[in-house]
Write a protein that binds this ligand. Structure first.
Ligand code: FAD
Length: 511
């Protein structure tokens, strides 16, 4: 078989790249270690009746004319893969002791709401949020590939954005002297990064916050349909996807990647494929180790020297005989913190494994679309997410399985206690199914080193100028993954499409 593009991994950026290449007439073959496609975005089914997406909750850039929509149009999928908008009056509901704030799409409404909560600090809040908008504009011109002309045409925004290159969100909160409670309300979506304000890149926060303000979305027919539509497109254009195919080795000759070797995890048979080009969707650092780091250029070695983003704890749950809409849930996410200081809440949970003052996200996928259900008619799905330390859980699991299970149960019990106290009295009574995932679960099912959540950690160091891109310095070999682009549904769509544009010289999205 003559393969133009051999792709290792079927994460979102790989599927987008493969679908575009296959549609353009190239022969693509994807090798996926897992039994499902989609990587972090895969959907799994339990007991033949409940479906959960492993990680994805809400997404941006999916409106008409936005990047995801334009990529779907190019694939003739835009009519089939559609999205529902979250409530624009409050897509993220922030809840903490003494305060509650619904984040709206309209910035003026947000300023008004915060002004009412913090009347003595309205000016600071207004100045902070206007700086956020300015930085957002500037970042558009600073995001590679850089267009010098655009930078010269918008010097103000570009210089403003550039000054925050090394800033954390906390640095900017401090600069604008925002009161602590306002900081917490604005940063309560921290599980979207799994980093607290004092570690999180200001750029990462600005991009996500403003992008969701511009439109937070959920796929009309759930994430599984998005993934399946991409897979179907690949197959329709003679592409192939082989599951349970774990790549163990890259074939290297004179700094050129010729193909891969690996094992079929079901049949235990070995396989070998060669191809004109190899695309690496698995974690670039892990791939570089498999290949031998000495084969890469000093510049790429430097870029590969990133640290991983923290891992997480997820609880996938089903409730029955209750409508969560009667308890404050709906077409939005809820972010809850028992602690008023997110830096301290994070430290307690991540470093001390103490979840007594929880901060976590609550999502309700069944309330986001009416089209199809991921569970029986009389049930609803609800999911909880917070941070968890990989090393701690890994050691527990290997040394004491009982203690490992106990710790998972303990975190879940803390979540349920908060649910019962603050949201749904007797919540446990309605719970008919629950399953928890730890950092080691993440590693096992999403194949992510150290159970990382977003690839390289979203700190200023990793989000700055030395960020890895598609270039590997090896011949016929390209990175295509969140860590060599940007993490998230829309950003990995963009990462896959950008690589397609470069290699196919078909600039449908523009430069
Ligand atoms: C808890 C959590 C919540 C998130 N929530 C959101 C959200 O709400 N919205 C959003 O936009 N984004 C969210 N994300 C981020 C988003 O899911 C990811 O950034 C994105 O899916 C990553 O895609 P990727 O292309 O980098 O590939 P990955 O998803 O990393 O896929 C890599 C693929 O390679 C395969 N693989 C690995 N090793 C091998 C091997 N040796 N051989 C063969 N195959 C291999 C893996 O099985 C996997 O399928 C979330 C992430 C996490 C962890």
């Amino acid at each position: 078989m003559n393969i133009d593009y051999l792709i290792v991994g079927s994460g979102l950026s790989a599927l987008v790249f493969a679908a575009l290449m296959a549609k353009s007439g190239q022969k693509v073959l994807i090798l996926e270690a897992h039994e499902y496609p989609g990587g972090f975005g895969h959907t799994f089914e339990i007991a033949g009746k409940y479906k959960f997406n492993a990680q994805l909750h809400y997404v941006w850039d999916c409106g008409e004319g936005q990047a995801v929509n334009r990529i779907l149009k190019k694939l003739d999928l835009d009519q089939q893969v559609t999205f529902e908008k979250y409530d624009i009056n409050g897509f993220d509901h922030m809840r903490m002791p003494g305060y509650s704030l619904d984040i709206p799409s309209d910035n003026q409404v947000l300023i008004h709401r915060l002004g009412k909560l913090f009347p003595h600090h309205e000016q600071q809040i207004r100045r902070f949020l206007s700086e956020v908008q300015k930085v957002r504009k500037g970042l558009r011109f600073l995001t590679p590939p850089i267009n010098l002309l655009q930078i010269l045409q918008h010097p103000n925004e570009t210089i403003c954005a550039a000054t925050y290159l090394n800033s954390t969100l906390q640095d900017v909160f401090d600069k604008f002297q925002l009161p602590l409670a306002a900081q917490t309300l604005l940063a309560l979506q921290w599980p979207d990064f799994l980093l607290p304000p004092n570690q999180l890149s200001f750029y990462a926060w600005v991009i996500l916050f403003t992008s969701y303000q511009a439109g937070a979305f959920y796929p009309t027919r759930h994430f599984e349909h998005v993934i399946n539509s991409l897979v179907d497109t690949i197959k329709k254009h003679q592409g192939e996807l082989l599951f349970n195919h774990e790549v163990k080795e890259f074939l290297v000759e004179n700094r050129t990647i010729k193909g891969v070797r690996g094992i079929n995890r079901v049949t235990k048979e070995f396989f070998e494929f060669t191809a004109a080009n190899t695309i690496c969707n698995l974690d670039p650092k892990k791939a570089a180790k498999m290949i031998g780091i000495h084969n890469f250029s000093p510049q790429v070695i430097k870029r590969l020297n990133y640290d991983y983003s923290p891992s997480n704890f997820v609880a996938y749950c089903v409730v029955k005989d209750i409508d969560l809409r009667d308890y404050g849930f709906g077409a939005w996410n809820t972010f809850h913190s028992e602690h008023s200081n997110l830096n301290m809440a994070f430290k307690q949970m991540y470093e001390n494994h103490d979840y007594s003052q929880l901060s976590f996200a609550i999502t309700t996928p069944t309330l986001l679309t009416n089209h199809e259900r991921d569970c029986p008619e009389d049930c609803q799905i609800i999911e909880f997410l917070t941070v968890a330390d990989y090393d701690y859980f890994h050691k527990l699991r290997d040394s004491d399985k009982k203690a490992y299970r106990q710790k998972k149960n303990e975190i879940f019990a803390q979540i349920l206690d908060v649910m019962e106290k603050k949201y749904v009295p007797n919540f446990r009574k309605y719970l008919i199914f629950s399953m928890t995932g730890s950092p080691t679960t993440n590693e096992r099912f999403c194949w992510c080193p150290q159970g990382n959540s977003y690839g390289s950690n979203l700190t200023p160091r990793n989000m700055g100028l030395g960020r890895l891109n598609h270039q590997t310095s090896l011949n016929n070999f390209y990175f295509c993954n969140a860590s060599s682009g940007y993490p998230g549904f829309a950003p990995t769509f963009w990462t896959g499409a950008m690589l397609y544009q470069r290699l196919a010289n078909d600039w449908f999205l523009g430069i």
